[in-house]
Ligand binder design. Structure first.
Ligand code: GYE
Length: 307
């Protein structure tokens, strides 16, 4: 009956967990929204949070996880800055009996018993969406279509996968050529700097910018304007993330399309941690659902965006 049901759910939420969260950094607007979502969900559920910002440095993450292990936390939430090099520390967590929840970014490790689940987006699919938009947009255009690419952090899952998914699509047509591809480390400042260099060497020849995130795109947009070209027109801009700023840039006509990557999975994550603590079965891979939005939808959708 409903009385006992209520009692059971009370009991479940009464178990207070200590959760260590090793976050990548604060490199982008996506990241800020993601950090808030996870922090709030953990606190709102009445659990204790130990938070560590790695400032995009792998060694900081390894230190943070070791310190969570020493402190005997109940669960570790971990968003790995790069894919490789975490096997040893993940094994240490496993040996200590502490469950690890990978969020946002994956690791390139064969032994998947080192984590409970990976909750995050399908970055290859995001790259494909970006490629498919471009193929359609340029359907009537004769080649060559010269593309420059701003990659995310070297060795990170989203940089590797977004590149791969995009290339898979555009490589099917000879007219597309990626003439320059370089990392902007997911930051606005680096995005601007690298775009300036692209413009210096290839200037008017650039038709399209594909940026692995919003922040690099907005930095690049500034570089394009300073160079005297019109972003969104002279150079088409494709960005990933779909943060609020991307909708504003699209409403201003400066960005053409944004591929959604939803950072607001804090509540979903806390549910998984609680379920696991209560002995429940968890799937190894949990995907976040997402979409894609174009310039003409920007004004209408802007007020509805939550990040
Ligand atoms: O797209 C970017 C951030 O890992 C999905 O990291 C995340 C990416 C996101 O810096 O803005």
């Amino acid at each position: 009956n409903s009385d006992t049901e209520e009692k059971e759910s009370d009991d479940q939420s009464a178990e207070k967990l200590v959760i260590g969260f090793s976050q990548v950094g604060a490199e982008s607007e996506w990241r800020t929204a993601n950090t808030k979502s996870i922090q709030n969900a953990i606190k709102d559920a009445g659990h204790e949070l130990k938070f560590s910002d790695a400032q995009q440095k792998q060694e900081n993450q390894i230190k943070a996880i070791r310190s969570f292990i020493t402190q005997k936390v109940d669960a570790i939430v971990f968003s790995p800055v790069v894919e490789t090099g975490f096997e040893t520390v993940l094994r240490e967590a496993k040996d200590a009996g502490i469950p690890v929840f990978l969020v946002d970014r994956a690791v390139d490790v064969d032994d998947d018993s080192l984590w409970v689940t990976f909750l995050g987006s399908d970055f290859v699919e995001e790259g494909r969406k970006a490629g498919n938009w471009l193929v359609e947009e340029m359907a009537d255009q004769e080649g060559p279509v010269n593309i420059v690419e701003l990659q995310g952090t070297v060795g990170s899952a989203p940089a590797i996968d977004r590149k791969q998914g995009f290339e898979e699509i555009v490589s099917k047509e000879d007219k597309f050529e990626i003439i320059k591809s370089q990392t902007g480390d997911f930051t606005r400042a680096k995005g601007k700097e690298v775009m300036e260099a692209f413009l210096k060497s290839d200037g008017e020849n650039i038709d399209v910018l594909y940026s692995h995130n919003y922040d690099m795109a907005i930095g690049a947009i500034q570089a394009i304007e300073e160079y005297g070209l019109k972003p969104g027109e002279d150079i088409k801009i494709i960005g990933v993330d779909a943060v609020r700023g991307a909708f504003e840039a699209m409403a201003d006509g400066k960005m053409n399309v944004t591929i959604e990557c939803n950072p607001l999975f804090g509540p979903q994550l806390v549910e998984l941690i609680e379920k696991h603590a209560a002995g429940g079965e968890i799937e190894k891979r949990i995907a976040v659902e997402e979409s894609m939005y174009t310039m003409d939808q920007a004004e209408e959708l802007l007020p509805t965006r939550k990040y």
